[in-house]
Design a protein around this ligand. Sequence first.
Ligand SMILES: Cc1ncc(COP(=O)(O)O)c(C=O)c1O
Length: 415
Amino acid sequence: MTSTHALYDAYEQRYWRELVRRTRSRGIEFVLGRREGPYVWERDSGFRLLDCGLTGGVHGLGHRHPDILAALTGALEAGLDSGLWNFPTHEMLAFQDLMAALAPVPALNRTVVTLGATASIDLAVQFCARVTGRHKVLAYRHGYHGHAGFAAMVTGSESEGIAGHYGLPNSTARFFPNYGVLDDVAAAMGPDIAAIIIEPFNYETFAPPPADYLPGVEALCRRHGALLIIDETRTGLSRSGRLWMSEHDAFTPDILISGKGLGGGLYPVSALLTTEAIYDDCINGHAYGFASSMAGNEIACTVGRRVLEVASRPETLAHVARLEARFREAFAALCERHPGVYAPAHIRGGVVTLGLRDPADADAIGPALFRHGVYCHSVSLVDPLVVKFFPVLTAPLDIVDEVAEALDRFARRGH
Ligand SMILES: Cc1ncc(COP(=O)(O)O)c(C=O)c1O
């Protein structure tokens, strides 16, 4: 078998060179071996890592969650495959029904299933263009919505945005500079805007918006005849302590995107939720309103439905509340013990952040935590400086002690 080191060498030649170099420059070489619940193990060394990055929530319910694994293997053993896209399936209807029953607002009672959030966002932008007859989308300057097509065009993040790199048409997006500031959105709004696309928290800092922000954004959309797309690719599926983060605030989006964890880390599934009126106009207003060979196949719908069932269980949500409380307690203690290193920051459900006092720690903390066995999500690139964690929502509570111990060790070196 190719060694870990040789795999990295090969990846540097023929995969994503910059990623490999960046990872190696931090002293990290890690090839996934065993994985279970909140942990992954390095294939060759057996080094165990507590995964608090989860590829932004892909493994939100844990690696190889037994119920979701059972749904997937059960579907395969029952004789299902990716099907024939032009014949109806029971699984699609059952998935749609559950999605509609669990949507944050009753108006979002139609679902289109795709193979990934990027594809769902592409479709959402197309929907908004058709419904409004306009072509510009307003998005957060430091946001991220995907790496291809319209999703890439509405991604403004300076580090991850690639619209300029590929010379994509720049007529699609207009960006507002600050998240959570309604005046910024209002200033960028105009009669040419088809939609606003936004996550229900700040892409970089994970900070929730002020309570009146998202309702205010909706009101702006209504006033200007634009639509509102909420991107819950990372924030949905109980990450925030509610099934959808949108449920924390009183507003009604026109389109909601779910993805990443919707496939349980086992199968590609994403969903676009919208209203009956938008759905009918876009999908049924043309003989081929949307088609994709593999999207919404029986296996995808079986897995997605089981994920929804597990994520929405009262026990799951109660557990997320317990995790939140433990993180709050542990991080408050860390801030008290190391006031020169850490500062209090937002924690909401399984969205967990800790402030860093010293900008020099931004580069150092990720690799250090990794060495101590904890893989964090990332560090914010805009103020405030925070280190971010996406813990597995079903993980035992004592993973909090592991995270706190790793942070404590980091703070004790040289400070
Ligand atoms: C908020 C958000 N939207 C959309 C996407 C695109 O998802 P995918 O890469 O699964 O297509 C991502 C991926 O990181 C994301 O974080």
